[in-house]
Design a binder for this molecule. Sequence first.
Ligand code: UD1
Ligand code: UDP
Length: 371
Amino acid sequence: MSKIKVLTVFGTRPEAIKMAPLVKELEKNSDTFESIVCVTAQHRQMLDQVLHLFNIKPDYDLNIMKENQNLWTLTSDVLLKMKDVYEASQPDIVLVHGDTTTSMAAALSAFYAKIPVGHVEAGLRTFDKYYPFPEEINRVFADAVCTYHFAPTDTSCENLLKASIPEEHIYKTGNTVIDALLYTVENHKTDLSELNLDKNLKTILLTSHRRENFGEPIKNICKAVLELVEKNPQIQFVYPVHLNPNVQKPVYELLDGHPRIRLIAPMEYAPFATLMKQSDIILSDSGGVQEEAPSLGKPVLVLRSTTERPEAVEYGTVKLVGTDTDAIVKEVQNLLDNPDEYKKMSEAINPYGDGLACKRIVEILKTRLKK
Ligand code: UD1
Ligand code: UDP
């Protein structure tokens, strides 16, 4: 019996974190699968951090990242270069993840090559084509092209049904991010002494990188941070700043140099997970952080007006606050001043998975692709 050839494609930090445990699970089942990994390297340093942590050595590295890249060249680079990878590797199935341009263009490229595609983290939607941009349309495209849909939650399954995806192609698996988080917290304990955080202060962790927040919104977020540290001598901010120049420039211009605002480089996943655990409040526009923080019992104020991850909002551990300076200040202050409010938002819940998503996906692939 010949092995099932699975080509896993990813390019950015969050895709790598969420696909790494799946690559590991495929490797564990090497009697059934030949696992091939292709990274587009839409991200470079932030991708390499994850490859290093999970000890993944890609078979193909397209190395496409350019300084301040745009969506047109990114899309065409992935579309064209994946054609060569598909021709060289001849996989039985391609796996892509989520909603990045790598995922959308790699899925489309596989469709043109008539190779079936599985979409991990399928079915997330805001139903607003510009929020988040371009991710909402990327995921709609990827879902349209894919044959196997690995949806994390009931809501994502329902969204796929609404998009006329046949029910027999939809599998509720949980989100692989929880597999990655549990594995990392268990196997990579890190100490954060290098950060020199003041243990007597409350720590607020901040991340922000969404395209819709470039320009005024990100400046408004920074102004809220400044106002909060001025009003509250008992708090400190830690902000691992995304390497996108549209984020780096305003953030360093507005926040650098304050003794209670620590601007640092993007962190390796293991120390970042530890920092999430040790923080009191998290402010973020990240998708992955919205999924991870609730399972660590940390309140998340989301710096966006919509989310494709409504589950933790419904439970009450995540709140949408947008990017208005006053609104951010008010919501953070509320959590600092009201222990009852804080307690309500810091219940540990886990609507996104149980750590077994990758095992489920691999079992489904075994059954569906048996040779
Ligand atoms: C991308 C994804 C977004 C995802 C985010 C996760 C698209 C269109 N966007 O956005 O969906 O939420 O990743 O972080 O797919 N850079 C570096 N080194 C790195 C990474 C980025 O220098 O390791 C800089 C480069 O100048 C690069 C720029 O950031 O050109 C933008 O990277 P890009 O992947 O286009 O956009 P992100 O904002 O990272
Ligand atoms: N993350 C990390 N180091 C950091 C900031 C975030 O490892 O300095 C992790 C985080 O835990 C989550 C993922 O990166 O798993 C989220 O990536 P990002 O916010 O860039 O993208 P998104 O999830 O919004 O697509």
